[in-house]
Design a binder for this molecule. Structure first.
Ligand code: ASN
Length: 332
């Protein structure tokens, strides 16, 4: 099996600097050393290092596109793909790549680590060998993410710990596989409509706004001034907002009137947004806000940017939120 590895940055390849960790380790040398002596032949592995290597906190939709471009340009030379990525925004990137590669037909596994590769206590070795094992098994499908002991769909996963070796989870969707002797695989069929010939990711002005007890209409209005292209609200529970706050739901209604999509997610990691289930979410649902169902925040954000990059706006964009593109949401 031919494997292509795309290295984007992240703690996995970082070294100390006077101002904290920065990319700088010999990733290529370390990787080929790791593969040496395994059943994977070195000449079956190709490697690209993106330029510049970044801390994934600095990632933008242009960085998502750089990953997509590297994967597409090696599509015919490899049977499976691994993306080495920082953990902070890995689940945004893995979701974004899943929308852009619905026609790819080969598996892509993201991984990274909490500690850099040079440390005795690093989790880099376990995570990269886990990702390699996921691809050589031939059972990983679509875009997924391996971390700790778990393989998870790339558009169903969230970073849940800044320090634990089990740093990622999928509270609404469950695992694809768990390591062990042997690995345990779960049945998986990504339900998605796909997207033919996607336009490249470009940066868009999406306002991501949290509800918090005491928020006022004036504060909310100020957060949407100047107007963004789309709004992603992190509401409570099943999608509730403080509807008793004078003028607050009117702020959302005005945005919707102006043709700005208002997408409502939950602050709960395990959620199924059901707008209108409570009176506190009903007014914004009636005004045209749309819920994210059981999507992660990362999958919802990347989906909005994907749809904006495709040229969709307003109601046309909102109509795609509940429709699965790449298995990111359970269809209602
Ligand atoms: N800040 C790092 C990054 O996301 C965190 C990590 O990779 N563990 O690039």
């Amino acid at each position: 099996m031919r494997i292509h590895i795309t290295y984007t940055g992240g703690t996995i390849g970082m070294v100390d600097s006077p101002h904290g960790l920065v990319p700088g380790a010999d990733m290529r040398g370390w990787l080929y050393g790791l593969i040496d002596g395994t059943q994977i032949a070195a000449d079956q592995v190709s490697f690209t290092q993106l330029d510049p290597l970044i801390d994934s906190s600095c990632a933008t939709p242009e960085n998502w596109q750089a990953i997509v471009d590297d994967l597409r340009s090696h599509r015919d030379e490899a049977d499976a793909f691994i993306v080495l990525h920082g953990t902070d925004t890995m689940s945004y990137s893995s979701a974004a790549v899943s929308y852009a590669l619905t026609d790819f037909g080969k598996s892509v596994v993201f991984t990274g680590s909490q500690y850099p590769l040079g440390m005795v206590e690093t989790d880099a070795t376990a995570n990269v060998t886990g990702a390699l094992n996921a691809v050589i098994s031939g059972r990983a499908q679509g875009v997924s993410l391996f971390f700790g002991h778990h393989l998870i769909a790339g558009n169903r996963v969230s970073k849940v710990s800044s320090w634990a070796f089990e740093g990622f989870a999928a509270p609404s969707a469950g695992l694809l596989a768990q390591t062990g002797a042997p690995w345990h695989w779960e049945p998986y069929a990504a339900d998605g409509r796909g997207w033919a010939d996607p336009k490249p990711y470009t940066r868009h002005d999406v306002a991501v706004v949290d509800m918090a007890p005491g928020i006022t209409a004036a504060r909310l209005e100020a957060m949407f001034t100047p107007r963004p292209e789309a709004v992603l609200v992190r509401a409570y529970g099943v999608g509730n907002v403080p509807a008793d706050e004078p003028g607050l739901t009117d702020v959302f209604a005005r945005l919707l009137d102006e043709g700005i999509p208002v997408v409502v997610a939950s602050q709960c990691q395990q959620a199924r947004v059901l707008l209108g289930h409570y009176e506190a979410g009903d007014a914004i649902a009636r005004a045209g806000a749309i819920g994210t169902g059981d999507m992660t925040l990362e999958a919802a954000y990347a989906k909005i940017v994907f749809l904006l990059s495709q040229g969709l706006r307003g109601r046309e964009l909102a109509a795609w939120i509940p429709r699965p593109i790449a298995g990111e949401i359970t269809a209602a």
